[in-house]
Design a protein around this ligand. Structure first.
Ligand code: HEC
Ligand code: HEC
Ligand code: HEC
Ligand code: HEC
Ligand code: HEC
Length: 245
């Protein structure tokens, strides 16, 4: 396979993105785009061609349509992840929403004047019955068996543990290595990563009110981290066959 893990100059194994440091999220989207736009174009271009391993921390492909922001939709507008990723709780696959979901809010009649130009591609795609070919960011190799989203969500593993602070991302990028050792780290000792099931998609709360507390001091409506661990359906698997054919 490609370069050794962690060799990317753009990301680190500990989940901290060097290219897109956390403070960047705090800057309003427009300002950030203006100041790093030029640099990002050069760096992303080089990165795309020079990086043989796609499963890297920091991976952020350039999307076919620009401007869709989780920071706006899941942050400012406060939409729950499941409004768009409707199947995460029931299916192994987390679906990407189709154009109709976007059109529900971005139909012409529902827009303010200045937005008309910015999202005309949504209305065109909807009118022509086309789908938007979003480029995949998180992808496991084919020899890893169907990764089960629903099992993790229902066990109280937050999107935050595997995808980072999506609510702060104008553009989604990969924050975790998704390497085998990373899966197993949690499978061996999941206690510190479980959150109350009704909070799995409340990523700000998970990061700031739950994960920031020492494990033995976490309590939410009388439920402790120890309770969550004790109520797991089963211990997470470590046998090869659970994840490989
Ligand atoms: C308004 C709809 C909408 C909402 C709400 C939403 N998403 Fe998304 N999400 C999308 C779309 C569209 C894409 C594909 C484009 C992109 O990657 O930005 C996507 C992509 C993603 C990806 C990257 C998928 C890949 O290719 O690997 C992740 C991870 C993700 N969303 C997680 C979340 C989480 C976590 C939340 C809740 C905090 C959330 N999303 C809320 C629409 C939404
Ligand atoms: C629940 C309603 C709702 C849904 C669903 C929704 N949007 Fe939006 N979207 C908005 C609103 C409201 C804004 C303006 C937000 C603001 O800037 O305050 C917006 C802004 C945008 C912008 C432009 C932001 C800018 O200022 O440049 C884009 C692009 C966009 N949405 C794309 C999408 C796509 C793609 C989808 C489907 C995956 C989608 N939206 C789903 C309500 C929605
Ligand atoms: C235990 C880790 C984990 C958790 C928890 C998790 N994901 Fe994922 N997610 C992954 C992995 C791994 C992939 C790549 C899966 C693959 O390639 O089969 C992925 C892929 C995705 C994709 C891309 C799917 C596609 O077909 O393009 C979306 C969207 C997504 N996740 C959203 C979410 C949302 C929303 C949540 C929380 C409700 C969530 N994930 C929770 C690990 C996780
Ligand atoms: C942050 C913690 C965490 C991470 C990271 C994680 N898992 Fe899990 N996983 C769990 C927990 C907890 C369970 C047990 C859920 C249960 O059975 O209630 C589980 C269960 C599973 C199962 C068993 C499903 C079943 O039907 O019994 C598989 C397969 C699995 N994980 C695969 C993966 C793979 C592959 C990765 C890495 C790409 C991964 N997990 C990363 C916490 C995690
Ligand atoms: C919890 C899920 C899980 C379990 C259990 C697991 N693997 Fe993996 N394995 C993965 C994932 C995910 C990858 C892909 C890593 C990547 O993206 O490079 C992987 C990759 C591999 C690779 C490819 C080389 C590499 O490290 O990238 C081999 C060989 C492998 N696993 C063998 C095993 C063997 C043997 C066992 C049992 C002792 C096992 N795996 C147990 C999830 C798992």
């Amino acid at each position: 396979m490609g370069a050794p893990r962690g060799a990317s100059p753009f990301g680190r194994e500990d989940g901290v993105s060097v290219l897109f440091p956390k403070w960047l999220n705090a800057i309003p989207t427009i300002g950030a785009a203006a100041s790093v736009g030029g640099l990002a174009t050069v760096v992303l271009g080089t990165w795309y061609w020079a990086t043989p391993d796609f499963f890297e921390v920091g991976y952020m492909p350039i999307q076919p349509e620009l401007g869709f922001s989780h920071q706006i939709h899941a942050g400012k507008l406060g939409l729950d992840c499941r409004y768009c990723h409707t199947h995460v709780e029931e299916s192994p696959e987390a679906n990407i929403p189709n154009v109709a979901t976007c059109f529900g809010c971005h139909a012409e009649t529902r827009l303010r004047a200045w937005e008309t130009q910015q999202v005309s591609w949504i209305r065109e795609a909807y009118a022509n019955d086309e789908s938007i070919e979003w480029r995949r960011i998180h992808k496991l190799p084919d020899y890893v068996r169907n990764f089960p989203h629903h099992v993790h969500i229902n066990a109280g593993v937050s999107c935050f543990s595997c995808h980072g602070q999506i609510i702060g991302m104008p553009v989604v990028y990969q924050t975790q290595s998704l390497a085998m050792g990373w899966c197993l780290d949690c499978h061996r000792d999941p206690g510190g990563r479980l959150v109350p099931p009704d909070k799995v998609t409340d990523l700000i709360w998970v990061e700031q009110d739950w994960m920031s507390e020492p494990v033995d001091q976490r309590v939410h409506e009388g439920v402790t981290a120890q309770d969550l661990l004790a109520s797991l359906r089963q211990a997470p698997p470590q046998n090869c066959g659970a994840c490989h054919h």
